[in-house]
Write a protein that binds this ligand. Sequence first.
Ligand SMILES: NC(=O)c1ccc[n+]([C@@H]2O[C@H](COP(=O)([O-])OP(=O)(O)OC[C@H]3O[C@@H](n4cnc5c(N)ncnc54)[C@H](OP(=O)(O)O)[C@@H]3O)[C@@H](O)[C@H]2O)c1
Length: 283
Amino acid sequence: MKSLKDTFKLNNGYEIPCIGYGTFQTPDGDSVVNGVKEAIKAGYRHIDTAWFYQNEKGVGQGIRESGVKREDLFITSKLWNSDRGYESAKEAFEKTMDNLGLEYLDLYLIHWPANKKQFDNAEEINANTWRAFEDIYETGRVKSIGLSNFLPQHIDELMKTAKIKPMVNQIEFHPGFAQIETAEYCIKNDIVAEAWSPLGRKDALSNETLIELSKKYDKSVAQICIRWVLQHNILPLPKSVTPSRIIENADVFDFEIDNEDMKIIDDIPYCGGQCADPDEVDF
Ligand SMILES: NC(=O)c1ccc[n+]([C@@H]2O[C@H](COP(=O)([O-])OP(=O)(O)OC[C@H]3O[C@@H](n4cnc5c(N)ncnc54)[C@H](OP(=O)(O)O)[C@@H]3O)[C@@H](O)[C@H]2O)c1
């Protein structure tokens, strides 16, 4: 990857720009509108939102006010957990499209798998939700469909009934929580892995090992984290509402972390982030 315009190829032929702009915890209104516009001005062409973030309206407004053509942007949203199931997923998709004010979505993800801790019929719920996703995909109103927070066992289970293979799986991935096995499983199965909280929700930025590496490469710790994700062939989704940081987080194409340092970052022990186990969460 050499610039923000470079892409990962999805298994259905579409291309997804190699760094996405995250919007979790960015309030709706001016904050998200300005953030999206700043990101697009800085060259980002990929925006990540979700129904749960309660800012889809502002994301849509930011896109419309950005001056960049819709077809040159890649927009992702996600189905929240309370909307799982065939009919409710279809209804939730309509609400998301109304909020965004878009004619089509580039990528729609199941935000979290239903788990057995909460549901005896978790597999059936996930299969029914996916069936709705497949039907929406067939209408052409979403160009690609995928998953988030699905571990290999959840994907294997889903594939027993799926007609369409997911194009993406978005997982938590940052120094101190490198879910390399799950990411490699996705890549091996031709599913693009995306990294949420690539900065560990900023907790990784005070890690001593990363601070040392940042001095060595003369880049910020955030840039080291984002570059490390990219060098794992994973698509990072850094979030910032701060214009200078939005630019900084995209300035990661002029250096390379060597193999030895990649391994050092891989082995950093827990240093923050959410680090939730999708089989254990109760939301
Ligand atoms: N699928 C899921 O379940 C899921 C879950 C969580 C997140 N996500 C997605 O992944 C995106 C990123 O994750 P995240 O928002 O949790 O965390 P993150 O991107 O790891 O960290 C964001 C935090 O880091 C700060 N920051 C950003 N760039 C910085 C820099 N260069 N220097 C210093 N601080 C910096 C931001 O502050 P300011 O904004 O104040 O600048 C913010 O506090 C989300 O926005 C969302 O789109 C998905």
